[in-house]
Design a protein around this ligand. Structure first.
Ligand code: PLP
Length: 421
């Protein structure tokens, strides 16, 4: 090619061209095989090339691929919303479909603000979030994201929503109460958090008791709790939703990524009956919406993904095999001094390297060895780009985990040799 036309993440990098994928494997144009140890961007929860999903996609496309949601409803979106309601805890029974995780968190933020407006408490407009978090790339979602690197260029346009420290100890939950008192509860609409911090924390997992305290504080001050389950939801952590590890029911949940396992773009904002009630009584509509919201094709795909997960007991498999994978990583850690910590739950595991190590250097070596890993920031306040996520499809088998571990070890050994050399 004489020039490039596609804007890729890094404009000067030469990207390998993909050919196809099956299960946990991807193949490039040269025929090289990769284990998708990161499920892409922690997205392909049921693996590549699942026939049932491809069939559902084709069947829906043959019927109708698109209708405008203000003109028609469609059976696939209706059924998908009902399915989600049957999976979510408590009274989280209403779903609004969007196209990306960023839109899901941004819609959650708007619904929270609208809820208080409908209740005659329009001054409650601020959101509180945590440092070292990622809630998306659009301006509202970025305002909530405690991610200095991503905020940097736009900081003067963003709200200062991140206040609370990363959830490394129970004491950090108390910071929420202090923040609410400083701002004034009458100004705060909601607190948003990723149950387990993904790319912004390398699977940083709060201690037991943390979310129990967060829920108490939110209730005490009349503040909604939004769980950003875009990465952790749909079985990724060994429960359908990660908040279930602590028995906490949020008021709003944002979903994305695994909802369609990446087969088509779809994401969702799931809202409780309690939050919807004054909106139904009042404005009678959510002040948001996209052309592609609730489109039949993506809805049919997501429905097929959730049915596949149910039929094949994928969440239970993620829990059981996640423990096995964690064990493998712990064993590898013993052999390499540059690994500081292994953490996470289910199939969302993080490796924190020594602060002096740049994660991309290791990720590049793993790529050469046919293993895909996902970069994450670690350390306090994201100074260190020294983590990676190991997050293969939830459907990975024991034998495949052994192969993943072998490739990981080979990558570490090779990296260590290069460092010594
Ligand atoms: N929230 C979390 C927790 C995420 O991990 C991501 C993406 O990585 C997002 C939101 C944004 O999702 P999207 O990239 O689909 O806009």
């Amino acid at each position: 090619m004489e020039r490039e036309y596609l804007i890729k993440p890094f404009l000067t990098k030469q990207y390998t061209e993909i050919s196809h994928g099956k299960g946990i494997y991807l193949y490039d144009k040269s025929g090289k095989e990769y284990i998708d140890g990161s499920s892409g961007a922690v997205t392909v929860n049921i693996g590549h090339g699942v026939e049932e999903v491809v069939t559902a996609m084709k069947e829906q496309a043959e019927k109708v691929a698109f209708v405008y949601r203000s003109q028609f409803t469609n059976d696939s979106a209706e059924q998908l919303a009902e399915k989600i309601a049957s999976m979510t805890p408590g009274d989280l029974n209403w779903t609004f479909f969007v196209n990306s995780g960023s839109e899901a968190t941004e819609t959650a933020m708007k619904v929270a603000i609208q809820y208080w407006q409908e209740k005659g408490m329009g001054s409650k407009q601020k959101i509180i979030s945590r440092w070292m978090s990622y809630h998306g790339i659009t301006m509202g979602a970025l305002s909530m994201s405690g991610h200095p690197l991503r905020r940097k260029r736009f900081v003067s346009l963003l709200e200062d929503y991140p206040i609370v420290s990363p959830p490394r100890g129970i004491e950090h939950a108390e910071e929420l109460e202090v923040a609410i008192q400083q701002i004034g509860a009458e100004q705060v609409a909601a607190f948003i958090a990723e149950p387990i911090v993904g790319a912004a924390g390398g699977a940083l997992t709060p201690p037991d008791g943390y979310y129990e305290r967060i829920r108490e504080i939110c209730d005490k001050y009349n503040i909604l709790f939004i769980a950003d389950e875009v990465m952790t939801g749909i079985g990724r952590t060994g429960k359908m939703f990660a908040m279930e590890h602590w028995g906490i029911v949020p008021d709003i949940i944002a979903l994305g990524k695994g909802l369609s396992s990446g087969y088509t773009p779809i994401a969702a904002t799931v809202v409780s009956d309690r939050v919807m009630a004054p909106i139904i009584q009042g404005s009678k509509l959510i002040m948001s919406g996209h052309t592609f919201s609730a489109n039949p094709l993506s809805s049919a795909v997501a429905l097929a993904v959730l049915r596949y997960m149910e039929t094949n007991d994928v969440v239970a498999q993620a829990k059981k095999n996640g423990e096995y994978l964690l064990n493998c990583l712990e064993k590898i850690k013993e052999k390499y001094a540059f690994i500081e910590e292994i953490r996470g739950k289910g199939m969302l595991l993080g490796i924190e390297f020594s602060p002096t190590i740049l994660n991309t250097n290791i990720i590049d070596v793993a790529f050469e060895h046919g293993l895909l890993l996902y970069p994450a920031v670690g350390g306090i306040y994201g100074k260190d780009e020294n983590c990676c996520l190991v997050a293969p499809p939830l459907t990975i088998t024991r034998g495949e985990i052994d192969e993943l571990a072998r490739r990981l070890e080979r990558s570490f050994a090779s990296y260590e040799r290069r460092m010594d050399g």
